[in-house]
Design a protein around this ligand. Sequence first.
Ligand code: AMP
Length: 310
Amino acid sequence: MKLVSVGSVAFDAIETPFGKTDKIVGGAGTFIALASSFFAKEQGLISVVGEDFPTETLDYLKSRGVNIDGVQIKQGEKTFFWSGKYHNDMNSRDTLVTELNVLGTFDPILPSSCQEADYLMLGNLSPQVQLTVIERLAKRPKLIAMDTMNFWMDIALDDLKKTMAEIDVLIINDEEARQLSKEYSLVRAAKVIRAMGPKILIIKKGEHGALLFHGENVFFAPALPLEEVFDPTGAGDTFAGGFMGYLAATNDDSFENMKRAIIAGSALASFCVEKFGTQRLTEITMDDINARIQQFVALSNFEMNLHGTH
Ligand code: AMP
C-alpha cells in the first residue's frame, strides 16, 4: 500500500450563511481519502463507523480505489456526529455539537494490507490514537504527516508533543501554529514547532494560502480567489489528502515536489468549498483539477527585468 490515512468518517450537520444541511456524510478521513484518490492509486483508510452509516458511501470509497479493510463497522453503535455553524465571514465557525459515539473508544486496527505503507496521513484525531497507528505499523513509513487542532493543544498537549516527535510533516493553521509555539510571527513559530519534531511544517492560512517550511527553504502557495465560498468544512482535510496523495503518487519528497503537492492540495481544497460537504469532490474530474492547477500557476507567475542601480 502506498498511502494509508486515518481519520474520522462522520455525519455532519452544517449551517452557513447560504443554507443548512441535515446529517450529511463528512469526517476528516472521508475528505482525505476522496482527495488523495485523485492521485494515489493504492491507498487504505483506517477509521470506525456505527451501523447507521450508509454502506453506499463505503462502496463509493471502494469504487474510488480506497481499501476500506481498516474501517470498522460497530454493530449497535452510532457514527461520530459533528455540527457546526459558520459566521458571516466564513473564516470562523462555532461547533454546535460533537457526539463522539464510536470515535470515543476508537482502537485502530491495521489490516495486513495497510501494514507496509510508504506514506501515512494522520488526520485530526486524539494524538494518542495517532501515535497508536504509528506503533501498530509493521515498518515506519517513509513519510508521516499529521493534522491536529487547538482542541488537542488545550486538553492533551503532552500526548500531542509525544506524537509530534515521531512525525515528518505537521499540517496546521496559523492560529494553531501561534498557540502551539506561543510566537506571533509565523517564521518564529515555525522554528519553535520544528524543534518539537517535524522537519517539515505546513501552515495553512485559509483564504490567504499556505506556507511550506522545508529545510532552509520557504514556499508560499496562494489560495485561489473564489467568487463564492459555500461551505469550508473539510477544506483542510482535502488539502492534506491532495498533498499526501500527490506525494504518494510521485514518490518524491524533495522541496520542489512538495511545492507541487501543495498546489495539488490547494486546487482540491478550492473545489471542496464550492458545495456542501463532500459533494463537489464526487463531481470533479482530473481535467477539472488540471485546469485549476493551471490557474494556480498563472496566479503567481510573473516575469520581471531586474534593474541595476546607477
Ligand atoms: P475541517 O473543516 O478541515 O476542520 O474538518 C471538518 C471535518 O472534521 C468534519 O467533517 C467533521 O466531521 C470532522 N471533525 C470535527 N471535529 C472532529 C473531532 N473532534 N475529531 C475528529 N473529526 C472531527
